[in-house]
Design a protein around this ligand. Structure first.
Ligand SMILES: [Mg+2]
Length: 319
């Protein structure tokens, strides 16, 4: 590696006091707590595929870690450690400093330690691996949904997708609304505390990265069950609710990516507990339907009539 690429390491070598051995040796040494299992996830973000090459590097720093933390949240895992592999066409110190600032802001907010990584010359891409801990057998999995479970979703749906639609010129938003939705797209909030709180409450969980229908679909497939959703129950922000007549509404709310909310299922007896959790964590939690024996993923309107959607052609390109 050229010396200029060695220089990059400086941006990602902050001290990691609660790690046995962090950046600087052949490997990091990590000490898991006893009676925990490790939850591990890797994501690669490629310029031109997952983000615009001219994306604000500070926001990209936040988002590249936040989307991985969202996977830990979906498992009910406590974030502990992460590594970063970064490929860059050339060393741009301003870009790196800004990217590192965003990354560490997110890392500090969620108490995850960057313990190693690699840098190479090549097309711009970012690969993050996150490691979390969860007490033995308490992880929230996709294969645990049971018939009769209530289906819940955190936060609101469609904000990020409408921000992207506005950026692509498919709708006009005033400056304030655009800023609010763009925040959701560029700086998602991984629901880490919620995931941890749902251990031993939820039967299954997934994070919504590719849209509610696709991600809930993963739970249904892995759990071998169906679902009935109530269209009118789907939670949307005030801004998105005002866009209900927009032709992109269903696609954004049902199939829009990048919300990074959690979708989870829990037995009906947990409903009061979950609503109390919403108060405690100050997070909106909405029941949107129920797990049924079969029939795939169905959605009914206010009159209980089955709805069908044409959601094809949605272009998932964000940041
Ligand atoms: Mg996920």
């Amino acid at each position: 590696m050229s010396s200029e690429f060695n220089l990059i390491q400086q941006y990602f070598s902050r001290p990691t006091p609660d790690v046995v051995l962090g950046v600087g040796d052949d490997c990091a040494l990590l000490q898991p707590n006893t009676h925990t299992q490790l939850a591990v996830s890797t994501d690669t973000l490629v310029a031109g595929v997952h983000f615009f090459p001219d994306a604000d590097p500070d926001l990209l720093g936040w988002k590249s870690l936040a989307v991985n933390l969202s996977d830990l949240a979906a498992m009910g895992a406590t974030p502990r450690w992460c590594t970063l592999a970064i490929s860059l066409p050339e060393v741009n110190e301003d870009w790196l400093a800004s990217y590192a600032a965003g990354l560490y802001r997110c890392a500090d907010a969620y108490q995850i330690r960057l313990v190693g990584g690699d840098t190479t010359r090549g097309a711009l891409s970012l690969t993050l691996t996150v490691i979390g801990e969860v007490p033995v057998n308490q992880a929230l999995r996709r294969d645990g949904a049971q018939v009769g479970d209530v289906i819940w979703v955190s936060g609101t749906l469609g904000d990020a997708a409408f921000a992207l639609a506005a950026m692509q010129g498919r709708l006009q938003l005033n400056e304030v609304d655009m800023a609010a939705l763009a925040q959701r797209l560029h700086a998602p909030t991984p629901r880490v505390a919620l995931g941890i709180a749902l251990r031993q409450i939820a039967h299954s969980a997934v994070d919504i990265s590719d849209g509610l229908l696709a991600d809930l679909g993963h739970i249904l497939q892995r759990s071998q069950v169906g679902a009935c959703l109530h269209y009118t129950a789907l939670p949307s922000s005030e801004i998105v609710a005002d866009l209900v007549a927009h032709p992109d509404y269903d696609r954004c709310v049902l199939a829009g990516g990048d919300d990074y909310e959690l979708c989870f299922t829990a037995p009906a007896v947990q409903t009061a507990t979950i609503l109390a959790l919403a108060d405690t964590l100050n997070i909106r939690l909405t029941s949107i339907g129920a797990i049924v024996a079969d029939g795939g993923l169905q959605c009914v309107d206010a009159d209980g009539q089955l709805m069908s959607f044409n959601l094809a052609g949605y272009d998932h390109f964000a940041c």
